[in-house]
Design a binder for this molecule. Structure first.
Ligand code: SAH
Ligand code: SF4
Ligand code: F3S
Length: 496
């Protein structure tokens, strides 16, 4: 694996290919008498989502239009994840179903991409057992899509094009179709150098490649001008931003310069590695209220012994120091984490340490995972794998403790009035809206009678009420009730 920065010349070549493909797709559509369609399915993390937005951007720029979720598209892209075994199982399960689609539409193009494709055994399995898959490519090969489609159209042969190289392409050269009206996902770096012993990401995403900060800031300014209220700076370890570029600014500096751009109400970033987060980042958060009052700081385990075997490069004491400094500097902020249960060799004492640290940090919420043995990683070879019944039992105790803390955290919100960025209709009811506080808490709320917006009365009980129109608006909501994973409230007024 090696890193390759894609040259401007190559990008121009890809752009001219985009233009010729657009003509070809347009001719094919005219012949068929209807526009050709696409669907992109995303299986992974926010970086994967951001990649899907680029895939969609490319597909739209060659003239394809998005199909209804339930329809059979002409072009289907499955953007995979392989972080845990169940991600792989899901993909192979779904692939079986697409065989029927392909029978109904013989010209359908099915591509599988994303992290799973960087594992040779997965590509080999697709080659052998899923002959109706037309193309496979890797997570950093997105700029090669026009070439892959053209090759398939010309030769009608399957295209297996997972590059050995890990490419770095400046985002400004790739068209992006953003999924949300208010949120822009902006990767600031790709790859990971940390080799945590349980994790596949360094193998699937290659070495750390930071983008040029001048390009990032240029992109951010234009996103703010376009009206995006929320920006999410993405990387597997944003705190090591710039370490691979000798003259680059630090993450704290990049965060500060982002906060100075007029227009963003919410600046978010993900993920922070506890070994690299600096006090400067916490101080920058303190200084700028438009930086989200939330830190996601994956702990993985509270036991220093386990952390060492995970190759995390911090111990319990260092983690607590950072977490408690954050709590002290930003008392109203939320602190969230990731925890893995049942890592090889984890004893009951180690697990108790995890529970103790969780109780001390009082995480506002946590993503909790059962350890999944990933082929190719160091921990997969450890001899002391934990039996499933022990993992399940510990996982239950972990959930009980964290659910209690999450509920307590939600209860502390009751009675407060918070600024909410509206994300749309809630999944549960058409008259309930959903949004987030500046500390990233999920709030479901209704709009009572008598609320004015742009000179019109808006009431969520009205049968003509359209929640989607309010996506991206800021409003003040009074929190009335705490639920286990969210809070409920009532809108008081719109902010703009
Ligand atoms: N770069 C981020 C994490 C990305 S993966 C970081 O270092 O914090 C998201 C989460 O998935 C990890 O924090 C970890 O908790 C979990 N995870 C990764 N590999 C796993 C595995 N093999 N089994 C179970 N959980 C895993
Ligand atoms: Fe995986 Fe560790 Fe890299 Fe996160 S920092 S992506 S957990 S190897
Ligand atoms: Fe999954 Fe790849 Fe993200 S393995 S979690 S999609 S970096």
């Amino acid at each position: 694996m090696s890193t390759v920065i894609v040259s401007q010349d190559d990008l121009l070549r890809y752009h001219s290919l985009l233009a010729s493909l657009e003509k070809r797709i347009s001719a094919m559509s005219s012949e068929l008498g209807h526009p050709l369609t696409y669907l992109v399915k995303t299986y992974g993390c926010q970086l994967n989502e951001s990649d899907s937005e680029k895939i969609e951007g490319i597909l739209q720029s060659i003239g394809l239009i998005e199909a209804e979720e339930s329809a059979i598209p002409d072009f289907l892209f499955l953007n995979t994840c392989t972080i845990r075994e169940n991600a792989d199982i899901r993909l192979f399960g779904n692939l079986g179903a697409y065989k029927i689609n392909k029978r109904q539409n013989r010209d359908m193009f099915i591509a599988v991409c994303g992290c799973m494709m960087k594992q040779e055994e997965n590509v080999a399995r697709i080659k052998k057992s899923f002959p109706y898959v037309d193309a496979c490519f890797g997570p950093s090969d997105i700029h090669l899509i026009p070439e892959i489609i053209e090759q398939k159209l010309n030769q009608r042969k399957r295209v297996f094009s997972v590059s050995e190289e890990d490419y770095l392409v400046e985002d400004n050269f790739i068209p992006v179709k953003r999924k949300r009206k208010f949120r822009a996902l902006v990767p600031i770096m790709y790859g990971c150098n940390n080799f945590c012993t349980y994790c596949v990401v360094p193998y699937t995403r290659g070495r750390e490649r930071s983008r040029d900060s001048k390009e990032i800031l240029k992109q951010l300014k234009s996103l703010a001008e376009e009206g995006y209220k929320e920006v999410m700076l993405l990387g597997q370890n944003v705190n090591s931003y710039g370490h691979d570029r000798p003259d680059e600014i630090s993450f704290a500096e990049l965060l500060e310069r982002t906060a100075q751009i007029p227009g963003f109400s919410r600046i978010r970033f993900m993920t922070s590695h506890p070994k690299d987060i600096s006090e400067e980042v916490i101080r920058t958060m303190q200084k700028y209220p438009n930086i989200e009052r939330h830190l996601h700081l994956p702990m993985q385990s509270g036991s220093s012994r386990v952390l060492k075997r995970m190759n995390r490069h911090y111990d319990q004491e260092q983690y607590l120091k950072t977490a408690l400094l954050f709590r002290e500097c930003l008392p109203d902020a939320t602190l969230t984490t990731d925890i893995i249960v049942g890592f090889p060799g984890e004893t009951e004492e180690d697990f108790q340490e995890t529970l103790n640290v969780i109780a001390k940090c009082k995480f506002d919420s946590a993503f909790t995972f059962q350890y999944s043995r990933r082929p190719g990683t160091k921990a997969a070879e450890y001899p002391d794998q934990i039996p499933q019944d022990v993992v399940t039992e510990r996982f239950g105790r972990l959930l009980e403790l964290q659910n209690d803390l999450t509920f307590q955290s939600n209860q502390s919100m009751v009675g407060k009035t918070e600024e909410i960025l509206i994300e749309g209709r809630s999944a549960t009811a058409p008259d309930v809206l959903t949004g987030r506080t500046n500390s990233s808490r999920l709030v479901n709320f209704k709009i009572p009678k008598g609320i004015q917006l742009d000179g019109k009365e808006i009431n969520s009980d009205d049968p003509n009420f359209d929640a989607d129109e309010l996506e991206g608006r800021l409003c003040m909501v009074k929190i009335l009730k705490a639920k286990p994973y969210s809070v409920e409230g009532e809108l008081e007024r719109f902010c703009e």
